[in-house]
Design a protein around this ligand. Structure first.
Ligand code: ATP
Ligand code: MG
Length: 251
C-alpha cells in the first residue's frame, strides 16, 4: 500500500494573541502529486505552509498534520526538515562569509547525520552540485558568493530551487509570495519543480499566478479563503479563477 505523503485533518492554528488564522483545513497529498493552493491575499496560504514546516509563530489548537503517517505537529522545524519536509524561505538569512556551496553542503550533511548517514563523500557532493547547478543554469561564481548577500529576487529564487534539488525532500512546499517574480523567475521555479518531481515525492505550490500552472501541471488546485479550503478542482479551476476572480466563491 502506498503511504499518504501528507494528510491534514481539521487543522486549526492561531497566532500568539489568540487570533485564529487556519479554521479547519483538510488536505491530502499522495506521492507523485503536485497540489497548487491559490486564494485571496490574507487567506492563510503562507500561514498554512509555515504551520506545516513548524514555524513557531503559530500554535496548532486542533487537528493533525500527518507526514507519511506520523503526526508532526509537535516536531521542531529542523526535525520536520530532517524527515523530508522542505519549505522555500526556510533559509532566507544572509550569511556573510558562508558561500552558497558551503551552506548547502552543511545543510545536506546535517540532514544525513540526523538520518544516521555519514557525510556525503566530497566527490559525490561535487558531482551533485554540478548536476543541479547545470540544470538550473547556475554559474560557478554564483556558487561561491555569500549566501543571499545582495542577491536579486531571481537569484534568491534560483538558490531556493537549488537548495530544494540538493536536499531532495519528500515534500517541497513552495510559497511564491513574491509578486516581483518576473518571467525568468517563473521559469526557474517551473523548470526546477518539473525536474524535481517524481513518483516518490510531492509538491505543494502556493501561487497567485495561473501562468505558473501552465508550466507546472498541478494534479489539484485548491482555493483557500478565510482560513479554509473552499474549493478543489483540477488545473481548469485556476483558469476559471483567472477569468472570474474569487468573488463567485465567497459569500
Ligand atoms: N505572525 C503573524 N502575526 C500577525 N498576523 C499574522 C501573522 N501571520 C499571519 N497573520 C495574519 O493572518 C492572515 C493570513 O496571512 P497569510 O500570510 O497566511 O495570508 P496569505 O494567504 O499568504 O496572503 P498573500 O496572498 O497576501 O500572501 C493575515 O490577515 C495576516 O495578517
Ligand atoms: Mg502569503
Amino acid at each position: 500500500m502506498k503511504i499518504i505523503m501528507l494528510a491534514i485533518n481539521n487543522l486549526h492554528a492561531q497566532i500568539e494573541d489568540g487570533v485564529e488564522i487556519l479554521k479547519g483545513i483538510n488536505l491530502q497529498i499522495n506521492p507523485g502529486e503536485v497540489h497548487a493552493i491559490m486564494g485571496p491575499n490574507g487567506a492563510g496560504k503562507s500561514t498554512l505552509s509555515s504551520v506545516i514546516a513548524g514555524k513557531e509563530d503559530y500554535e496548532v489548537t486542533e487537528g493533525e498534520i500527518l507526514f507519511r503517517g506520523e503526526n508532526i505537529v509537535e516536531d521542531a522545524p529542523e526535525e520536520r526538515a530532517h524527515k523530508g519536509v522542505f519549505m522555500s524561505f526556510q533559509y532566507p538569512v544572509e550569511i556573510p562569509g558562508v558561500s552558497v556551496t558551503n551552506f548547502i553542503k552543511a545543510a545536506l550533511n546535517e540532514t544525513r547525520k540526523a538520518n544516521g548517514l555519514e557525510d556525503m563523500p566530497a566527490k559525490e557532493m561535487l558531482a551533485l552540485i554540478r548536476e543541479n547547478s547545470e540544470k538550473l543554469g547556475i554559474k560557478r561564481d554564483f556558487l561561491s558568493r555569500s549566501l543571499n548577500e545582495g542577491f536579486s529576487g531571481g537569484e534568491k529564487k534560483r538558490n531556493e530551487i537549488f537548495q530544494m534539488m540538493m536536499l531532495n525532500p519528500k515534500l517541497a512546499i513552495l510559497d511564491e509570495t513574491d509578486s516581483g517574480l518576473d518571467i525568468d523567475a517563473l521559469r526557474i521555479v517551473a523548470d526546477g519543480v518539473n525536474s524535481f518531481r517524481n513518483e516518490n515525492n510531492a509538491v505543494l505550490l502556493i501561487t497567485h499566478y495561473q501562468r505558473l500552472l501552465d508550466y507546472i501541471q498541478p494534479d489539484f488546485v485548491h482555493v483557500l479563503a478565510g482560513g479554509k479550503i473552499i474549493k478543489t478542482g483540477d488545473k481548469n479551476l485556476a483558469l476559471e479563477l483567472e477569468e472570474r476572480g474569487y468573488d463567485w466563491l465567497l459569500n
